[in-house]
Write a protein that binds this ligand. Structure first.
Ligand SMILES: [Zn+2]
Ligand SMILES: [Zn+2]
Length: 161
């Protein structure tokens, strides 16, 4: 498991990302408003690789004028549509986002006790998935592997389910 190689893209080209976002918005007859720009900048500043909508709302706690929860939520779904963010459903009501720009493909291990998210990439597993798909005459476009369970720390604390 090569965890350390999968980090938030260290050199995300902010201007490039803003341009990409702006041209996507233009196609939808929307504008890159100050708020939308600020939301994207906050995402880049956050040190959390995987964040929830509420994590992002928290980032605007002390900002005046306020950026409303509704604006943050709406912007998130537009950024998913624009392929700037990836959205993962990691539980019934647990949705997280991560930047898709400049990050290699990876899959996730999710601790159902503390919510910790670990990333992994395993070439053998990737090959096996392709094999399963092709043996079914299936042409995969993308996939998302999620393994739910107990992380090492929680296990060490006696959590078993
Ligand atoms: Zn845990
Ligand atoms: Zn991830």
């Amino acid at each position: 498991m090569a965890r350390s190689s999968i980090r938030k893209a260290p050199n995300v080209d902010i201007d490039g990302l803003l341009t990409k976002f702006e041209s996507f918005l233009q196609k939808k007859s929307l504008k890159l408003t100050t708020q939308r720009r600020q939301i994207l900048e906050k995402i880049l500043e956050m040190d959390k690789t995987h964040f929830t909508a509420d994590d992002l709302v928290d980032q605007f706690r002390n900002q005046r004028p306020r950026v409303s929860k509704a604006t943050v939520y709406r912007s998130l779904s537009v950024m998913v549509e624009a392929n700037i963010l990836e959205e993962h459903q990691f539980g019934d009501s647990y949705k997280v986002y991560e930047l898709s720009e400049g990050r290699p493909h990876h899959d996730h291990l999710i601790c159902t006790s503390c919510g910790k998210i670990l990333e992994f990439f395993n070439a053998d597993m990737e090959k096996l998935q392709d094999k399963v798909a092709s043996s079914n005459g299936f042409h995969p476009t993308h996939h998302s592997q999620k393994i739910f369970g107990i992380c090492a720390a929680c296990w060490g604390n006696g959590v078993r389910s």
